[in-house]
Design a protein around this ligand. Structure first.
Ligand SMILES: *Cc1c(COP(=O)(O)O)cnc(C)c1O
Length: 401
């Protein structure tokens, strides 16, 4: 039996977090791994910039807010422990990941080492370049807990390994992969390391030095609570010139003579000129807002709520939790006997409770290995209340009445 959450869970003032989240008055939101509810300061930042654009013009608004736009890079750098020149602001985690991945100068015979938790988009890109460059894509086995086996990774290293590419927190399964231990292997071997931190950003502290990654991709809308259509890429300064951006424009490069261009010296060579400035400023507000709570405090509460939910669900008849890994996050996946995941989602939606359904094509290797096809995914955030979990569990318990 769970005791009441607030006194047991971290330093976060959940009541304040809820007051600052307009959506908490409307829905019970347990789809934070899909898109979390924006807090008021994020929403206000986006809307106020759109209003400014409408009033004085888009270019003029950007000029007036130039310092604030620069500050978004500084906020991202502060959160990740890097330099602002190592940040590119883009429109999604996929865009960030892809521009980095397709910039790697692969040679025939190169090996890519990856995880069984890999996100579909990443794996599709491996397959495409594997065909194009005759690469070998190899999946590092998991250990008995379900996380990537660092031991097995170490044994796979040789001088043909060009890239270690890992999903930190997969879209399903609750798992947190050992990103920093992998970073140690990558550094010792001198191998490029790309981390998909899409689900971890905003959920736990991410320090690129501690992790040891060279490239890291993040989305704005998930645990960071930013607006949709935002993402960012971190590129370690030392690897910047080894990469060739797959696309260049007049922002990422300058046309300096009829037959010559010069690429920007910083990570913004991975951006394009046009961007949604309002959304970018909203992302900055989300980064600042998350750091205001503290990423360690956020992690503690999210992990605790996740554990509470797993325990409660496991106590319900016919409910089976399917999470794996040693370290488990706020993403909780389960099935309900006699009710397909989509029907569970619709039942919950009828009571104002948002969850999502995760299917094989999103994380095929993992789902197939575990003999799963579809799971309900309830992903908690620090602003979720104990009452949210109560309601979810009550609906599930009474589902056949
Ligand atoms: C959601 C997700 C992505 C894609 O993020 P977008 O912002 O939608 O591009 C990438 N990797 C993982 C692990 C994800 O969960």
């Amino acid at each position: 039996m769970s005791t009441s959450a607030p006194e047991r869970i971290s330093a976060i003032d959940a009541a304040r977090a809820r007051r600052e989240t307009p959506g908490c008055a409307e829905v019970v939101h347990l789809n934070n791994a899909g898109a979390a509810l924006m807090p008021a300061p994020v929403l206000d930042r986006v809307v106020s910039h759109l209003r400014l654009e409408a009033r004085i013009g888009g270019y003029e608004a950007a000029a007036r807010e130039a310092a604030a736009i620069e500050a978004v890079y500084s906020s991202a750098a502060r959160m990740l422990g890097c330099d602002p020149g190592e940040i590119a602001l883009v429109d999604s985690a996929t865009r960030a990941w892809m521009t980095a991945f397709y910039a790697i100068p692969f040679r025939p015979g190169d090996r890519i080492l990856t995880s069984s938790a890999e996100y579909a988009s990443n794996f599709i890109a491996y397959l495409q370049l594997a065909q194009r460059y005759d690469l070998s894509v190899e999946v590092v086995p998991n250990d008995e807990s379900g996380q990537l086996s660092v031991l097995a990774l170490r044994e796979l290293i040789d001088d043909r390994v060009r890239l270690i590419s890992l999903t930190h927190i997969p879209t399903n399964g609750g798992l947190v992969n050992p990103a920093a231990e992998v970073g140690q292997v990558a550094r010792e071997a001198g191998v490029l390391y790309l981390l998909d931190a899409c689900q971890s950003a905003g959920q736990l502290p991410l320090d690129v030095e501690a992790i040891g990654c060279d490239l890291l991709s993040i989305t704005g809308r998930k645990y960071l609570r930013g607006p949709r259509g935002t993402g960012l890429l971190y590129v370690r300064r030392e690897v910047l010139d080894d990469l060739s951006p797959p696309m260049l424009d007049l922002h990422s490069a300058t046309w300096v003579a009829r037959d010559r261009y010069e690429v920007r010296p910083d990570a913004r060579r991975f951006e394009t000129w046009e961007s949604n400035i309002a959304a970018g400023l909203g992302l900055g507000a989300a980064l600042d807002y998350a750091m205001g709570w503290g990423l360690a405090a956020i992690r503690d509460r999210v992990y605790q709520l996740g554990e509470d939910l797993r325990e409660r669900l496991s106590d319900l008849p016919g409910i089976r939790v399917h999470d794996i890994g040693r370290e488990r996050c706020g993403i909780v996946t389960f099935t309900a006997a006699g009710m397909p995941p989509l029907q569970v989602k619709e039942l919950l939606a009828g009571h104002g409770v948002n969850v999502s359904v995760t299917r094989t094509p999103s994380t095929r290797l993992d789902m197939e290995a575990r003999g799963l096809e579809e799971l309900v995914r309830a992903s908690v955030h620090y602003y979720n209340a104990d009452a949210d979990l109560d309601l979810l569990c009550r609906i599930l318990r009474d589902r056949n009445r």
